[in-house]
Design a binder for this molecule. Sequence first.
Ligand code: PEP
Length: 250
Amino acid sequence: MRKPMVAGNWKMHGSLSQVLVLLEAIKQGAQTLSSVDIVVLPSFVYLQQTENILSHSSVGWGAQNLYLGNSGAFTGEVSGAMLVDFGCRYVLIGHSERRHLFNEDLTLVAAKFKAAIEAKLQPILCLGETLEERKNGETENIISQQLESVIHAVEINAFRHAVIAYEPIWAIGAGSTATPEQAQKVHAFIRMRLTQYDPDIANTMRILYGGSVKADNAAGLFRMADIDGALVGGASLEAKSFLAICEAAC
Ligand code: PEP
């Protein structure tokens, strides 16, 4: 019922030559993987090359961040309208590295989600708890806060155009992923919270799992009822491993 999605978050990785090789390989590999939506999220500076190579392919692309409004005196920032100029359909919002390293609080994340919707981009909203929060039994509270601060800033209807990624911070780049059961429990909780606002949106919402997804653990995660794909960091930087994860989602 929900078409799976696998999105690659390339973070601040790659060089021009590496990105060109990676884009070509993913484009080729994606030709036989039509039952999964494949998305790449390169650095801003490679979006032109991404558009050149992926236009007319089945692979979508987007950015890892945006700033508010269409234009303005915001040195160093990039607007949603600018991303649309380069064919982006998606943008990550609230990635834990943005929340923690760049101090993006709940209010700013919600405003960025709204800006994405206004620019007609599909936000991929990242939610997740720290290890300490998990150990203190606060996972559901944290996820609820992160989700509800966005719902309150936009109409729940805006979520028709969004994707959610559950990314436990303790599993990101850590090498060890959440177990399928641990992830499923939180995914089911997120869907339950959405149901309280709109059962139809809850049913159709794609909830991706992120946190050390690799070719050898993806299938186990994707078998879970509420896991609709993955947001992949490290393993998305190599075409072979990224495409193997995409294949596991088919
Ligand atoms: C991420 O940062 O979104 C991520 C999931 O990274 P990794 O797959 O490397 O844990």
